[in-house]
Write a protein that binds this ligand. Structure first.
Ligand code: ATP
Length: 327
């Protein structure tokens, strides 16, 4: 088992009356991506600020790369890279000059700084534009440069705050592949994102924050199974939809209208219920043209965990569908 690179225990942060973080425990192992999800104001930025030593916790403890955020900030700052939502790129300087500047600020000699800048320019596919002012770069190129700038010092831990916001689909995938390559080389990434597809793709483990507290933590598969709900998608023909819904209702199933080729969607707690639903419809003499079982998506999980009255939101995926035969 690889070592733990980020660890918090009972971490709390208060701003006057506001409790931004309350007894937060998170953990990320070396060479993995920890996805941090949560609504606006959930406490994500506060947590990243504490871990990157921009602010001190009110209670609890945290270590990054084995160093204590309260007492060993300088050691931590030497080992981390931060890519924030507002890029650190100086638009007047060229890509190369931005990278050289960062390297020089970190204490590298001019020659070493130029060498590191050249390596990163190449690694991030910016060679052709390296000597142009960064202000002339596309959004995707600027994001790549920003990421390259956070990697000048070869950080052990990388904090990525919504790294692909505003990027086109191809640039997003390119950036994801870059992050995946870094992680394969051993970098630990703390990824804050509102993009659940991004979290699903990149994160090994996910922590969901709500109102400063951890409401769920685990692999995406664990979180998906935690919501406990799967969906049976039935094709029975539009004219038989009513009859099928009426047959299912007395058994405690409340089908909703499907979309596309699906006529009905039924939430189930276990895959085995698929057989039960089929038996009910066969007994009611409703022919089934097609059926499929779908897993909850990370969006479903997130909504179930964070929406107000999340017990009712435990019917993930059903929200877009109108109830059938509300009698
Ligand atoms: N410097 C501060 N002074 C007072 N309150 C603050 C301060 N910083 C954060 N807060 C409060 O702490 C809570 C958590 O904020 P934080 O910025 O960490 O949330 P977030 O999850 O990053 O939100 P977003 O997704 O909108 O960026 C919010 O209620 C916020 O208003």
């Amino acid at each position: 088992m690889s070592e733990v690179t980020i660890r918090t225990r009972g971490l709390g942060k208060r701003f006057g009356e506001v409790t931004a973080l309350d007894a937060v425990d998170v953990e990320a192992r070396a060479g993995t991506v920890l996805g941090l999800l949560g609504h606006n104001g959930a406490g994500k930025t506060t947590l990243v600020h504490i871990l990157s030593t921009l602010s001190q916790p009110s209670t609890g403890s945290a270590t990054v790369a084995g160093f204590d955020v309260r007492t060993q900030g300088a050691q931590i700052r030497r080992r981390i890279g931060v890519t924030a939502q507002h890029t650190a790129v100086d638009h007047r300087l060229s890509g190369t000059a931005n990278l050289v500047l960062v390297a020089r600020l970190l204490g590298a000699r001019p020659r070493t700084a130029r060498r590191r800048a050249a390596q990163l320019v190449e690694a991030f596919g910016l060679t052709a534009a390296a000597n142009r002012p960064a202000g002339s770069y596309s959004g995707g190129m600027r994001r790549r440069l920003d990421l390259a700038m956070s990697l000048v010092a070869d950080p052990v831990v990388l904090f990525l705050d919504e790294p692909t916001t505003g990027l086109d689909p191809v640039s997003r995938v390119n950036l994801w592949e870059t992050v995946e390559a870094l992680v394969r080389q051993g970098t630990t990434v703390l990824l804050t994102t509102q993009d659940l597809h991004e979290a699903d793709r990149l994160a090994d483990r996910i922590t969901v924050l709500s109102k400063g507290r951890v409401v769920a933590s685990g692999t995406t598969a664990e979180l998906k199974s935690q919501t406990g709900r799967r969906f049976v998608h039935l094709s029975v023909g539009r004219d038989r939809r009513e009859r099928a819904a009426a047959a299912l209702r007395p058994h405690g199933y409340h089908p909703t209208a499907g979309q596309g080729g699906t006529d009905l969607v039924v939430g189930v707690d276990a895959s085995a219920e698929l057989a039960v639903i089929v038996q009910i419809l066969v007994a009611a003499e409703v022919p089934i043209d097609g059926l499929a079982l779908s897993e909850p998506t990370l969006d479903d999980v997130y909504l179930a965990l964070t929406s107000p009255g999340s017990a009712t939101a435990a019917e993930p995926g059903s929200s877009p569908h109108a109830p059938v035969g509300a009698s």
